[in-house]
Structure formats: structure tokens, C-alpha cells
Design a protein around this ligand. Structure first.
Ligand code: AHE
Ligand code: ZN
Length: 382
């Protein structure tokens, strides 16, 4: 098949707010510095409502960067089918995870030692194009946009060679595909934040991201982990992943703010808080629940278009820090192979997040899971 177009099935979103439609898609061969991947598994579509649900956010038409028609999907695993000229980082047959945060190791960002946000392909990625400004997907001759540099809702996809990482083939791809987004994002947000060992942590939102933050905080030795969610069904999930406390902010009584309650029960506030909801009001509460003088609040959730955060500047003047990270600050090519080993050694949970399975043909079933609130992660069998 190398060097020739491949016809396969993909879930195409033809317009903002439209359901995904299964189509026969023609996937062109990889050009120089590109990799064509046979996607075997993808997660990341039926995220629970309000938690990391980026594919659904873009499908809905609310993402200002959204373009149509498009093949969504950004949390996948597969096998390299062929590579274009000049590709040295992966080979045919490698088990790989596509990366929506590339790592070129040559740009100003990569060389800074300060961030994982690579600049190599981000501009074209945001335009739904490959780095040479063209697309590899067509349906009956009509070009279809790429998404987040990954487009994992297709049985074959093409990605830039800086946007993919090979992993240990002994690891089950139907599990480690989840390292393509949520679990890695949560893991990185915690392990790259110095000081969590022996500290108090509050986690706002108990979906896959929140559970990952809870599990990783427990792993690095946080002394107290308070989980917060309006869904009482999340308490058992939170405790199973290592939370020591659970608070339902809707049960605090008339007019009582969650930040005030948390400050009371922690003798002045938390050392570290994490927003895993994408809700700007929750982000404010997470900042204001931090301890005066040193508390640090990290934003992980993606807020809807046009939303803005606010608080009194006094909150920062008096020593609280507001920060955020994308993909957990993780450099995918350098760090994901180690995370896969951690999973194989039982140090990092993945299996525990998988609540649902789907066939590609049933991908629209995702909507039901998402609104049901009982779905942490669904794995789609491509
Ligand atoms: N396009 C959106 C922003 C989307 C966004 O923030 N994406 C996250 C990843 S979400 C994973 O499920 C991210 O890490 N972004 C970094 C980047 O470079 O895009 C909007 O609102 O415009
Ligand atoms: Zn995601």
C-alpha cells in the first residue's frame, strides 16, 4: 500500500453541529516528513459532558478554531503503515500514538527548556492542514480538513513526523491510546508542579482529567486530596483513585461558596488546586480556594469560546498563583514512552478509566454516554 492512496472508513463531520457521518475516505500517501498510520483504537470522543470533550466542542461549532468538513479525533493508537521521505523517528510497523502537541526539538519553544508547546506545525494544524498547507483526506474528490494534527476518527490518518511517538509494542494499544490526551494531561499537570508531595490538593471536576489529577497527586504523595463535583455518583470514583475527601458544592446550603467552605476545612486554603471542568466560575473558585501566600491553582479545562476568567487582583497580590498547562506540559516524543513503561509496571492507571466500548459504526452513540455522566472514557474500535 505504500506510496498509493488508501480507501477506508472515517467519521466525517460535514458542518458545525452535525452528527458524524461514516464515509469512504481516500487517504493520500505520506509526503516528506509525514507518517501514515493505521488507527486501531481511539478514545476521546464521548468525554463526559463538561470535562475534556474537545472533539465534541469542535463538532458543536463553538470552537473558534473549528473548520468543516473535518475528521475529528485526537486520542488514538495505531501502527505505522508507511512513511514519507526523510522520516527517521518512526518506522513501518511501529506501534504509535499521534501527538496533538508536536515536539520538533529544533524550534524556539522546544529549545527553551521552559515549555512543551512546539511551534513547528501549530499554525497549519490550527488551519486543519498538513505542514505543507495541503490535506491528505478526500471524499469523492472533496478535500476534508485534518484536526489537531491527528484526525484519529479515520482508519488511516497522516500526521507530521514530529507529531507521533513510537511506544513499547508489548503495551495494549486499546489502553495506551488514552495517553494521547486525558491521562497524560493530568499526569503532567501534577508531576511538573513542584511541591505536591506532602501538600493539600483540591481537584474540581471528577471526569477522566480530574481522576488523573487525583491518581497522580496520590502517586507523588499529596497529604490530602479533596475532590469536588456536583454529581454525587462521582464520590466513589474519586475515592477509588485516591481522594481523601469529597465535596458536592450543591449541598453546602444557601449562598455558601465552595471556596469559603474549602478554606474553612483546610485551615486557610489549599496548597494546590486544579480546574478540570473548563467552567470559568469554577476556575475562579479554584484560585480563591488557594492558601494565602503560596497557593497555586492550575487551569487544565478548556473553556468555551469567548469566556473570560476574573477575580480580584488582591487574590494574586496576596500570594496566590494562577497558571495553566496544555497536554500537562508533557513533551510527547520524549516522555510518553516512559509513561507507557510506568503503565506496564502498574505505576500509572489506564485500564481503570475505560467504562465503555464502541465500534466505529456506532460512534454517534458517544452523545448518549456523554450526557449520561457515567462515562469516564470510551474506547472506539476502528
Ligand atoms: N481551539 C480551542 C482551544 C482548544 C485547546 O485549548 N486545546 C487544548 C487541548 S484540549 C485536549 O482535549 C490545548 O492543549 N491546546 C494547546 C494548543 O496549542 O492548542 C479554542 O478555544 O480556540
Ligand atoms: Zn482531549
Amino acid at each position: 500500500t505504500a506510496g498509493k492512496p488508501i480507501t477506508c472508513k472515517a467519521a466525517v463531520c460535514w458542518g458545525a453541529g452535525e452528527p458524524l457521518k461514516l464515509e469512504e475516505v481516500e487517504v493520500a500517501p505520506p509526503r516528506a516528513h509525514e507518517v501514515r498510520i493505521k488507527i486501531l483504537w481511539t478514545g476521546g470522543y464521548p468525554h463526559r459532558q463538561g470535562i475534556c470533550h474537545t472533539d465534541e466542542y469542535t463538532r458543536s461549532g463553538k470552537d473558534p478554531e473549528g473548520l468543516f468538513p473535518v475528521i475529528l479525533g485526537h486520542e488514538g493508537g495505531g501502527i505505522v503503515e508507511s512513511v514519507g521521505e526523510g522520516v527517521t523517528s518512526v518506522s513501518v510497523g511501529d506501534h504509535v500514538i499521534p501527538l496533538y502537541t508536536a515536539e520538533c526539538r529544533e524550534c524556539k519553544f522546544c529549545k527553551s527548556g521552559k515549555t512543551n508547546l512546539c511551534g513547528a506545525v501549530r499554525a497549519t494544524q490550527g488551519q486543519g492542514l498538513m505542514p505543507d498547507k495541503s490535506v491528505r483526506f478526500t471524499v469523492k474528490g472533496q478535500p476534508i480538513h485534518h484536526f489537531m494534527g491527528t484526525s484519529t476518527f479515520s482508519q488511516y490518518t497522516v500526521v507530521a513526523d514530529v507529531s507521533v511517538v513510537a511506544v513499547n509494542p508489548k503495551a495494549p494499544l486499546d489502553r495506551v491510546c488514552l495517553l494521547g490526551c486525558g491521562i497524560t494531561t493530568a499526569w503532567g499537570a501534577v508531576v511538573k508542579q513542584p511541591g505536591i508531595k506532602g501538600s493539600s490538593v483540591a481537584v474540581f471536576g471528577v471526569g477522566a482529567i480530574g481522576l488523573g489529577v487525583i491518581a497522580t497527586s496520590a502517586l507523588v504523595g499529596a497529604s490530602r486530596i479533596i475532590a469536588i463535583d456536583t454529581n454525587p455518583g462521582k464520590e466513589s470514583w474519586a475515592r477509588k483513585f485516591g481522594a481523601t475527601d469529597f465535596v458536592n458544592p450543591t449541598q453546602l446550603g444557601e449562598g455558601k461558596k465552595i471556596q469559603d467552605y474549602l478554606i474553612e476545612i483546610t485551615d486557610g486554603g489549599l496548597d494546590y488546586t486544579f480546574d478540570c471542568t473548563g467552567n470559568v466560575h469554577v476556575m475562579r473558585a479554584a484560585l480563591e480556594a488557594c492558601h494565602k501566600g503560596w497557593g497555586v491553582s492550575t487551569i487544565i479545562g478548556v473553556a468555551a469560546a469567548g469566556q473570560e476568567i476574573s477575580t480580584r487582583p488582591f487574590q494574586l497580590v496576596t500570594g496566590r498563583t494562577w497558571r495553566g498547562s496544555a497536554f500537562g506540559g508533557v513533551k510527547g516524543r520524549t516522555e510518553i514512552p516512559g509513561l507507557v513503561e510506568d503503565y506496564l509496571q502498574g505505576k500509572v492507571k489506564i485500564d481503570e478509566y475505560v467504562t465503555h466500548h464502541r465500534k466505529l459504526d456506532d460512534i454517534n452513540e458517544g452523545f448518549h454516554d456523554m450526557h449520561g455522566g457515567d462515562c469516564i472514557r470510551c474506547i472506539v474500535d476502528m
